[in-house]
Design a protein around this ligand. Sequence first.
Ligand SMILES: [Fe+2]
Length: 282
Amino acid sequence: MARIVAGVACSHVPAIGVAMDKGTTGTAYWQPLFQGYEPARRWLAELAPDVAIVVYNDHASAFSLEIIPTFLIGVADRYPIADEGFGPRPVPAVIGHPGLAWHIAESLILDEFDMTIANAMPVDHGLTVPLSVTCGQPAAWPFPVIPLCVNVVQYPPPTGARCFKLGEAIARAVASFDEDLRVVIYGTGGMSHQLQGERAGLINRQFDLAFLDGMTRDPLALTQITHTEYMREAGSEAVELVMWHVMRGALGGEVAEVYRHYHVPASNTAAGLLILENRGAV
Ligand SMILES: [Fe+2]
């Protein structure tokens, strides 16, 4: 039986990927951020999961505003790296896990989550930056990845509560897969930031830290945060945090926080990293 053994929440700031790709992570600006990633990389290398499900949003790379899937799952063998305007990031292509992905797609749809299915798509920084943050710069990613996209680009995104329920359904799907796989699930995006308008540059450290605490202690309360509240308290792009609820819903009730890192600024964003182990899966 497959099981979800841990969850990783991770901001997916494009500039973090650029700093790694250009070799500037040791500068005074970036060093404090990247230093905080080292324990997470050691933890993940030791965990050595068999598969990762990465919940992220596409930033008009694979899909334009002509087609906006609310929830999408990738079932391909392989995902090329998207060209986001400066050429594809120089990172390995992402290898998929079609067997588990199709099983999850079937299970979710029969469980009344109407997923869009992607047989082919490029993946952008939303997926590759969290992999870079937690895996460093390997010649090949250390595990296959199932991409799971959530729309947070075009109003209306799904609610945090709906995302949490999707996570619970993903856990049921994984648990019914007849192969002994240890799965890690990523929830990406956030934390507080706003990229445009009069409040561009907004950071709300208090909101972010309370959100990190709540992920472990009272995730259901966090699912009640409305889109308006995310935007008002933590900036328009903080609504990406709904994707963390997918990860948290997939872990179940018994979790232990094993690591966190919070740093401002990373580009114009507050960067958060949180690792939770699923004690119910041990
Ligand atoms: Fe994003």
